[in-house]
Structure formats: structure tokens, C-alpha cells
Design a protein. Structure first.
Length: 183
């Protein structure tokens, strides 16, 4: 399968020694001639939204989106009627990236937005033009359709489930430790 916005990138066992993308599942939000952008779906941070923005009384989990611009907050949501100016990147799942953050803060303060509608990331994963295709050819990534509800996934099991669903012979990797050096 070819990469495109809305598809998932699943790290192959080739990346088991990579300290960033080991056992990662990423959601592609952009893939075109200018490059690619994605967010890791299964790397929760120890931070909560109110740790970064104390004025927002929300305990929503923050996620590691990737190694690029880690000091910046990004968000994916499914409520364009509440958050204007977002960019639709997945027409099937109706997922948007970005939008008016002042509006988001207000919605969170009012209790009209929660983890069922929005996911926050620090940083993103990015590739220069052609770089992702090269990594796929080098067998670093599997590309698959997105059958997930990204607002309700188990970050511990999603890589294991995806890698076996892609190829049942990958079952041997299902119980691989996150850090192979500790095995």
C-alpha cells in the first residue's frame, strides 16, 4: 500500500533498535511532493495538558508526536464545527489537524471538548520529499489503512496488534521488549 494522508505507518522489526520509532504506530496527516508529516499514536508522555497550560483545567493526556518541533503543540480533532480553521486530512474518518487554539481553550474550560474529540501532541514526525518512500523500500515501515478510532486506543497493544494483522508471521515480534537490549 502506498502512503497517503489518513494511512497508518507501522514500524517494522527493522526499527526495534531505534530509540524514537521502536514499536510505533503513526498516523500520516500529510504526504505530498513537499514531504510527509505524521504523529505517533502510541507514545504517551508523562505530561497532561494542564501541566503545559495551567490555565486550562483539563487533565487530557499529551502524546509524543515525534522528534520534530518537540516544543510545539499540535492537535488532531473530529469537531470542525467547534474548532474552525482546521485542515481536513482524512475525509473517511473526518479528522482535522490544527484550528483556532483560543477556541479550543474556551471549549476545554467549558467542558465542551474532551479526549473523545481531540488528541494533543508535542512534536511531529516529518520526512523530506522522497525520504518516507525510501524508508518504506528499506523495510522500516509498513503502510496500512486506518481502522482505528485514534481517540480510543490502547497504546500498549496497538503496535503488537497491527504488526500481526499485517502479517501473521510477525507474531514472533509480538512479545518483543520495548528495549531489546534488556532482553
Amino acid at each position: 500500500m502506498k502512503p497517503s494522508s489518513g494511512k497508518l505507518l507501522v514500524a517494522t522489526p527493522e526499527l526495534l533498535l531505534d530509540h524514537i520509532f521502536n514499536q510505533s504506530v503513526l498516523l500520516l496527516t500529510e504526504h505530498n511532493s513537499k514531504g510527509s508529516m505524521a504523529f505517533m499514536l502510541n507514545k504517551p508522555l508523562i505530561l497532561r495538558l494542564n501541566d503545559v497550560f495551567p490555565e486550562i483545567p483539563s487533565n487530557i493526556q499529551l502524546w509524543n508526536g515525534g522528534p520534530v518541533e518537540t516544543a510545539n503543540l499540535f492537535y488532531i480533532h473530529n469537531v470542525p464545527e467547534l474548532i474552525p480553521e482546521g485542515f481536513l486530512f482524512d475525509t473517511e474518518k473526518k479528522l482535522y489537524i490544527g484550528g483556532d487554539f483560543a477556541m479550543i481553550k474556551g471549549l476545554l474550560k467549558e467542558g465542551n471538548l474532551d479526549e473523545n474529540n481531540i488528541r494533543f501532541f508535542l512534536g511531529y514526525s516529518g520526512w523530506a520529499p522522497g525520504q518516507l518512500e525510501d524508508e518504506i523500500k528499506e523495510k522500516a515501515w509498513f503502510v496500512t489503512s486506518n481502522d482505528l478510532n485514534i481517540f480510543d486506543i490502547n497504546p500498549r497493544n496497538i503496535w503488537k496488534e497491527k504488526i500481526v494483522a499485517i502479517d501473521p508471521e510477525n507474531v514472533i515480534w509480538k512479545n518483543a521488549p520495548l528495549n531489546p537490549y534488556l532482553n
